[in-house]
Design a binder for this molecule. Structure first.
Ligand code: SF4
Length: 327
C-alpha cells in the first residue's frame, strides 16, 4: 500500500498517454500549439503498461487515462486491453474531448471500461468553436450522446471561464433533465483557465452554485465518496446529477489519493506542484521494477499537504499547460 507523509493512502493514478491534443482550447494552448514532446521522450505503450503493473502491485487500484487527448495516441486501445487484465486494478477510466472516441466505443464497452469523463466547456456551437478553435461540435455532441445512450457512466467536465462560457452553464445543466449524466462545473485554475491568477477567480464554486440556485432553487446534495473532488447534487425530477469541483479553492486536499504521471514520465504528487522526478530513464534502465518502486515510495513520502503548500514551489513560474501536466 502507498501511504504519503500525511497518512493519506494513494490508490489513484492519473496516467497521461500523450501531451498532444487535436483541439486548441484558447485557455490551454496558443492556436499554433505548444512544443510537444518528441516521440522518444514519450513513454511507450510497453513502458506505460509496465509502469501501471508495478504501481498496481504497490496498491494503485484506480487508473484514469488522460492526455492531452488520449485518443490521438493511435495505440491507446493496446494499452487499455493490457490494463483490463491487471489483477488488483478495480477501475479504469478515460478523460477525453470526445472527438476521436467514436470508433472505439464498442470495444470500450466490451472491455468493461465504463467511466468516461468528457471535457466539454460549451453546449452551444458558437461557444464551442470560439473556445476550441476547431470545427468539431457535431462530432463531439454525437459521441457524447452515444456514450450516454450506450450506458456508459459519463461525466461532463465544464470549466466555468469568466467572459467565455458562463452563459452555457444552465443549458449544460439542462442535459441532466433528460439524460442520466453527471455535469460537473469546475473552477478555472491558474494554469487551466483564463485568469492566470493565484489570488482570485471570478467563478468559484459558491458563485456557480448560487447562480444555479437562481433558476433551480431546489436541489439536494448527494452522498459522495470521501476522496471525491466534486460536491454533487440532484434537481428533483431530473434524470442526471450535477456537481461543482473546487479545483481552485482546493477544499478536498485532506483526502487527496492521487498521483500523476505525465506522458514523458514526470511524476507529479500535486497538481499545483512541480514534477518531483522523471521515471522514464529509470523504466528504461536496469533493475527498473525495483528502482521504480523505490522512487515512487520516496516521492509519495514527501508530498505537500495541500495544493496551497505545493503552489509555493511555483509562484511566478507556472507556465505548464494542462496538456503537458496530464489533465
Ligand atoms: S491540489 Fe494537490 S493535494 Fe490538493 S487534491 Fe489536488 S493534487 Fe491533491
Amino acid at each position: 500500500m502507498l501511504v504519503d507523509n500525511h497518512h493519506r493512502t494513494i490508490n489513484y493514478l492519473r496516467l497521461a498517454v500523450t501531451d498532444r491534443c487535436n483541439l486548441r482550447c484558447n485557455y490551454c494552448m496558443p492556436s499554433e500549439g505548444i512544443n510537444f514532446a518528441k516521440n522518444d521522450k514519450l513513454l511507450t505503450i510497453e513502458e506505460l503498461s509496465r509502469l501501471a503493473s508495478i504501481l498496481v502491485a504497490q496498491g494503485i487500484d484506480k487508473i484514469r487515462i488522460t492526455g492531452g487527448e488520449p485518443f490521438v495516441r493511435k495505440d491507446l486501445m493496446v494499452l487499455l486491453r493490457r490494463l483490463v487484465k491487471l489483477q488488483g486494478l478495480h477501475e479504469i477510466s478515460v478523460t477525453t474531448n470526445a472527438t476521436l472516441i467514436g470508433p472505439h466505443i464498442q470495444e470500450l464497452k466490451q472491455l468493461g471500461i465504463q467511466n468516461i469523463n468528457v471535457s466539454l466547456d460549451a453546449i452551444n456551437r458558437d461557444t464551442f468553436e470560439r473556445i476550441t478553435r476547431r470545427d468539431q461540435y457535431d462530432t463531439v455532441h454525437e459521441n457524447m450522446l452515444r456514450l450516454i445512450t450506450e450506458g456508459f457512466n459519463v461525466r461532463i467536465n465544464f470549466i466555468a471561464l469568466e467572459g467565455q462560457n458562463t452563459q452555457d452553464i444552465l443549458p449544460m445543466l439542462e442535459l441532466t433533465k433528460h439524460f442520466d449524466v453527471a455535469v460537473r462545473f469546475l473552477e478555472e485554475m491558474p494554469f487551466n483557465g483564463g485568469s492566470r491568477s493565484f489570488d482570485h477567480i471570478a467563478w468559484d464554486y459558491k458563485r456557480i452554485l448560487s447562480y444555479i440556485k437562481e433558476t433551480y432553487p431546489e436541489y439536494d446534495q448527494l452522498e459522495s465518496p470521501s476522496t471525491s473532488t466534486s460536491i454533487n447534487y440532484k434537481i428533483p425530477g431530473f434524470k442526471g446529477t450535477f456537481g461543482v469541483i473546487p479545483s481552485f479553492s482546493r477544499t478536498f486536499c485532506g483526502t487527496c489519493n492521487r498521483l500523476r504521471v505525465s506522458a514523458t514520465g514526470d511524476v507529479i504528487t500535486c497538481l499545483y506542484g512541480k514534477p518531483k522526478m522523471n521515471i522514464r530513464d529509470i523504466l528504461r534502465g536496469e533493475n527498473s521494477e525495483e528502482k521504480v518502486r523505490e522512487h515512487i515510495r520516496s516521492v509519495i513520502g514527501s508530498r505537500a499537504r495541500t495544493g496551497f503548500e505545493a503552489q509555493q514551489e511555483n509562484i511566478g513560474v507556472f507556465k505548464s499547460s494542462m496538456t503537458s501536466i496530464g489533465g
